[in-house]
Design a protein around this ligand. Structure first.
Ligand code: WT7
Length: 572
């Protein structure tokens, strides 16, 4: 069924003529806005905070923060002082220096943001971790990156296996009554007494900024390194795509453990000097609507899984709040169902603008713009300054409506700089013709709109989080009852996909509901709650290639009642 396109909303936007700007835009022009075009040196935290603290925006609210226990706000001037203080704690007590990897592993509180920006001011590379990570996940990331410092809370610090991390020098603990020694540092006490003056480290464009670990279909999670130069694209997309203006109150619902929560939870808004809303605590539909009403949120960036949950909470609930402040709504992370787009129009009287990008792309790439018709189900068109295409496996562009690899011409400003410690992996992303290959399959229609079709690899997207099947399988086979495990994503109306595990038991173990629950808990405790399989099927044997690789494709075909395809490589 062909859906009707949603017409352009009336208004004056930062990007008013997509085609025209797409034809003429040059990144060199955009760089002129920033000091580095003259000095050659920069610091993304300076551009996000200090610059505004020294301008007419100094008393403007930079951060509105709220969780069930706290309700705070900070001006740009205060943010400058507080991020300097956090920088001083890291510098003077944890000896953080330029290039050091500093991990943050804590809930979304103002201290998390002070710490991230304070570390960046020192020229350190920040590695954000999800609060949900358990010991194994924390160890893999700190170990791979050779992290020197981790900033965490008393509740989470037991999950940092410091005895297995020879490079780790300090654990900075954000909590009350922290016992200090050479290794542990009491953040809050040191923060209180630290100076609000800090000498900022001016870095090169290609010095490290963020290290986000993300999953692929094989191997351990890989560290995607982004550098300070990426900032130019954070800035430019926040202008064109988020359409941020001086009076906006902006809310991005993502956690900084995810690249959306750093790039568009920190840099996008603050590079523009926008007022940024950050909400801690758990998801609750009524709290979300209340947030929009209380702060008068104008620009709202969230994810399909959240919109689907809000949709599930019912239209009546929407009506009991005043959401009239909303001007612009956006989504990222997984396919945005046309049904959700239409629901948005009905209840918010706003189009939800889908945006496509990845941890590796470092910023938005394919988007729907306020000045453009939206075709529900389409991810939109590439941002000016970026060339995207659908290519075959040899790197040749294919005609409209033909499915293929969604690819991007190498060299956009926020493209990952490298994969940490893994040049080979980094190189494996590229194809002849200088194409970066995303791992997504898609097609382009005859008007240049891109349509997502699926992942080419076996990566699972569950509630917007990217989970590598291999990581889950590896954890599963550590369980004493499990001989073999194969993990797939199974389509789910709310979560996009859920994790389903097929398991062959070792001799002497019998399938049971208790065992399923035990296995779920085992993955939860060892890896992360979101990585635990919601469904488990026990099998006598799993389909494998002759070389012993579990054939997830076959598992998926079994599950979804699809043809299994070519089985010539399957063992007897
Ligand atoms: C994968 C990247 C950077 C934040 C997003 C998550 C899927 C992302 C969309 C969209 C369909 C999407 C892709 C992509 N994805 N946005 N608008 N429509 N799929 O980043 O964790 O690196 O995951 O998310 O499969 O490859 P990530």
């Amino acid at each position: 069924m062909k859906l009707e396109a949603l017409p352009v909303s009336k208004g004056n936007y930062n990007l008013n003529s997509y085609e025209e700007v797409y034809q003429s835009f040059d990144w060199k022009e955009a760089e002129k806005e920033f000091s580095w075009s003259e000095t050659g040196r920069m610091n993304a935290a300076y551009e996000a905070i200090d610059k505004h603290a020294e301008s007419f925006r100094k008393n403007k609210i930079a951060l509105y923060y709220r969780d069930p226990d706290r309700d705070e706000k900070y001006t740009f001037k205060e943010m400058k002082d507080l991020t300097n203080k956090a920088g001083n704690v890291l510098k003077n007590y944890a000896n953080v220096e330029k290039g050091d990897r500093v991990f943050v592993f804590m809930p979304r509180t103002p201290e998390l943001y002070f710490t991230i920006l304070g570390a960046i001011k020192l020229g350190a590379i920040v590695g954000p971790l999800f609060e949900a990570f358990m010991e194994g996940a924390v160890r893999d990331r700190l170990d791979d990156s050779g992290a020197k410092v981790i900033v965490t809370t008393p509740e989470l610090m037991d999950r940092v296996p410091f005895d297995q991390l020879p490079n780790l020098r300090h654990v900075v603990v954000v909590g009350e009554n922290v016992k200090e020694d050479d290794f542990y540092i009491d953040f809050l006490s040191r923060f209180k007494e630290s100076s609000k003056d800090l000498e900022l480290e001016w870095v090169d464009l290609t010095d490290g900024l963020l290290l986000h670990y993300t999953s692929g279909s094989t191997g351990k999670p890989k560290g995607v390194l982004h550098v300070h130069n990426a900032m130019i694209q954070h800035y430019q997309t926040a202008n064109w795509v988020l359409d941020l203006k001086e009076d906006d109150v902006y809310w991005c619902t993502a956690d900084p453990g995810w690249v959306t929560g750093t790039v568009y939870g920190i840099f996008g808004p603050w590079l523009h000097g926008a007022s940024n809303v950050i909400v801690g605590g758990r998801f609750k539909p009524e709290n979300w609507y209340q947030t929009i009403e209380d702060y008068g949120v104008t620009v709202w960036y969230s994810a399909p899984t959240a919109f689907r949950m809000l949709m599930g909470a019912g239209d009546e609930l929407v009506k009991s709040f005043d959401l009239s402040s909303l001007r612009h709504v956006l989504s990222v992370g997984e396919p945005l169902n046309p049904e959700v787009v239409r629901w948005g129009v009905k209840v918010f009287e706003k189009r939800i603008h889908d945006t496509w990008w990845m941890t590796e792309t470092g910023a938005q790439i394919i988007c729907n713009y306020p000045c453009m018709e939206i075709k529900p189900g389409s991810m939109g068109k590439p941002i000016p300054g970026v060339e995207a295409a659908i290519v075959d496996d040899q790197g040749n562009e294919v005609p409209p409506y033909r499915m293929g690899n969604l690819a991007i011409k190498k060299g956009w400003p926020s493209m990952m700089y490298t994969i940490w410690n893994n040049k080979e992996k980094y190189e494996s992303y590229f194809m002849p013709g200088d194409w970066y290959v995303s791992g997504d399959s898609a097609y382009m229609d005859d008007e240049g709109y891109f349509w997502f079709q699926g992942r080419i690899d076996d990566v699972i997207m569950t509630s917007g989080e990217r989970v590598g099947p291999f990581e889950v399988e590896s954890k599963l086979v550590e369980h004493p009852a499990i001989a073999e495990a194969g993990v797939i994503g199974k389509p789910d109306p709310v979560r996009g996909e859920i994790i389903k595990a097929f398991i062959a038991l070792r001799d002497g173990y019998e399938p049971s509901e208790e065992l399923k629950e035990e296995i779920r808990q085992f993955v939860k405790k060892g890896l992360a709650a979101h990585a635990a399989p919601r469904e488990i099927d026990f099998k006598d044997k799993l389909p494998k290639t002759r070389s012993g690789k579990i054939m997830r494709r076959v598992l998926k075909a079994w599950e979804l009642d699809l043809p299994t395809g070519d089985l010539s490589t399957m063992e007897d």
